[in-house]
Design a binder for this molecule. Structure first.
Ligand code: 5GP
Length: 185
């Protein structure tokens, strides 16, 4: 499979899976997104994200540099098109770890040249997701409530994905994605 999209509700553990793949799989190249969100402690420009000003991000939108992009939780996020196509041309599998509206853009623009397979990462239970969202502990109660509501909406998107994977273990989810990348099914 050329292009695998990993999406799912906030708090489900998408970034833990993509980080695991980045560290442990030669099969799959993990795309580095651009964002206007400021770096968190320890995040490195060009490794975790390409950090941009809003002005430069908007210029990239205008120049059609993104395969998809979204405004999410107050910041812009987007997948630079060029490196994805370059890796696919080299015969590598590519993983995008993105939120739901970006996944929908990929679904709707299959004509982009790459064959995409969309994987929805679901929590073992809704209460587990709530526990993880609240457990981040950095949010105000209002912000936590907003994130919960958004997560419930995001859960409703699972039906238009090619596959739903329950995040019971990072290793198992990663193993499934690697199989998908190497065998196409
Ligand atoms: P965070 O700010 O926590 O790193 O990411 C917030 C959300 O943005 C996560 O759900 C993450 O999957 C999503 N995200 C990261 N990069 C991209 C991207 O390039 N496009 C889209 N649509 N979402 C992204």
């Amino acid at each position: 499979m050329e292009l695998i999209v990993l999406s799912g509700p906030g708090g489900v553990g998408k970034s833990t899976v993509s980080e695991f793949i980045r560290q442990n799989s030669d099969e799959i190249w993990v795309s580095v997104s651009a964002t206007t969100r400021p770096p968190r402690p320890g995040e490195v420009d060009g490794v975790d994200y390409f950090f941009h000003s809003e002005e430069s991000f908007k210029r990239m939108i205008a120049d059609q540099e993104f395969l998809e992009w979204a405004h999410f939780a107050g910041n812009y996020y987007g997948t630079p098109k060029e490196p994805v196509f370059a890796k696919i041309a080299e015969g590598r599998s590519v993983l995008l770890e993105i939120e739901i509206s970006g996944a929908r853009q990929i679904r709707e623009n299959q004509s982009n040249g790459a064959r995409a397979y969309l994987v929805f990462l679901a929590p073992p239970t809704i209460s587990e997701l709530e526990r993880r969202l609240v457990g981040r502990g950095t949010d105000s109660p209002e912000r936590a409530a907003q994130r919960l509501e958004l997560a419930h909406e995001e859960m409703a998107a699972s039906h238009w994905f090619d596959e739903v994977l329950v995040n019971t273990s990072v290793e198992e989810v990663a193993a499934r994605l690697i199989t998908l990348a190497s065998t196409g099914r």
